[in-house]
Ligand binder design. Structure first.
Ligand code: ATP
Ligand code: MG
Length: 238
C-alpha cells in the first residue's frame, strides 16, 4: 500500500438547484478497500458518478493518480483505469453473459487480451462460465451481479467502484459477492464501494466514510466505525 490513487477535494454536485453532494473530500490509497456508507438519498451514487465522469461536479477537484480528472467524460475515465459498476447492475438484458463481458472491454482490439480477461472473470466466478451463452435477463440476481462485476473488470481497472452490490441479494450471496471483492483486491485492484449492508462492507474495508445529506460526517478505520455506537445505531439497527 502506498500513496493516494484517488483524491476527491471539496466536490459539490447539483441536480438543477438541488445539491446532492456538498463539499465532499475523500481519499483512497493504492491497494485499499474503502467503504462509503449512508442512508438512501445521501448522495453516495452521485459521488461515484462524479468520479466516473457521468456527472460533472459543480465545484471541487477529483484527482486520479495525481492527475486532475474533474469533468473528464466517462469513456476517457475508463481508459485511465477507473471502472464503475452501477447500482442495479445495468446489464444488457438481451445479450449473453459473454457478450456483456465483451462490452466491458470497451473496444479493446487485442482479442487475446479480451479472452484472457474473460478467462480470469470465469476463474473468479465459475458459474459465469457455465452460463456463458445465457441471456443476462434470465439469470438470478446473484449471477447478474457477478456478471456486472465481471464486466467492470474487463477494462482491467486500477480502481473499481462498486455501487450497492448487495441490492436485492440474500445475505449468504452478499457474503459471497463481498468475498469476491476481497479476491479482486488481493490481485491489486483498489476498491471503493458504496454499501447499505454496513457491517458486511466494513468487515472487508480498511477504512470508511459516513455520508449524510451530501456531506461526510465521519471517517475512520473500518473497525473503529464498526465499533462506534453512533454508526451501529444509525446504520446497523443496533
Ligand atoms: N437524476 C437525478 N435528478 C434529480 N435528482 C436526483 C437524480 N439522481 C439523484 N437525485 C437526488 O439526489 C440525491 C442523492 O441521490 P443519490 O442517488 O446520489 O443517493 P444515494 O445515496 O445513492 O441513495 P440510495 O442509497 O438510495 O442509492 C437524492 O435526493 C436524489 O433524489
Ligand atoms: Mg445510490
Amino acid at each position: 500500500m502506498s500513496g493516494p490513487i484517488l483524491q476527491i477535494s471539496d466536490v459539490s454536485c447539483y441536480y438543477g438547484a438541488m445539491r446532492a453532494v456538498n463539499g465532499v473530500s475523500l481519499e483512497v490509497l493504492k491497494g485499499e478497500i474503502v467503504a462509503i456508507i449512508g442512508a438512501n438519498g445521501s448522495g453516495k451514487s452521485t459521488l461515484m458518478k462524479s468520479v466516473a465522469g457521468l456527472i460533472r461536479p459543480e465545484s471541487g477537484r477529483i484527482k486520479f493518480e495525481g492527475e486532475d480528472i474533474s469533468g473528464v467524460p466517462a469513456h476517457r475515465i475508463i481508459y485511465k483505469g477507473i471502472s464503475y459498476v452501477p447500482e442495479g447492475r445495468r446489464l444488457f438484458a438481451n445479450l449473453s453473459v459473454r457478450e456483456n463481458l465483451e462490452l466491458g472491454a470497451f473496444g479493446e482490439r487485442d482479442r487475446r487480451l479480451v479472452n484472457e480477461r474473460i478467462a480470469s472473470v470465469f476463474e473468479l466466478f465459475p458459474i459465469l462460465k457455465e452460463r456463458e451463452r445465457q441471456l443476462a435477463r434470465t439469470m438470478s440476481g446473484g449471477e447478474q451481479q457477478m456478471c456486472a462485476i465481471g464486466r467492470g473488470l474487463m477494462s482491467a481497472p486500477k480502481l473499481l467502484m462498486l455501487d450497492e452490490l448487495s441490492l436485492g441479494l440474500m445475505p449468504s450471496l452478499v457474503e459471497k459477492v463481498l468475498e469476491s471483492v476481497v479476491e479482486i483486491n488481493k490481485k491489486g485492484v483498489t476498491v471503493l464501494l458504496v454499501e447499505q449492508m454496513v457491517q458486511e462492507a466494513l468487515e472487508i474495508a480498511s477504512r470508511g466514510y459516513v455520508i449524510q445529506v451530501g456531506r461526510i460526517v465521519r471517517d475512520g478505520a473500518a473497525d473503529e466505525l464498526l465499533n462506534s455506537d453512533e454508526v451501529r445505531k444509525a446504520y446497523m439497527g443496533m
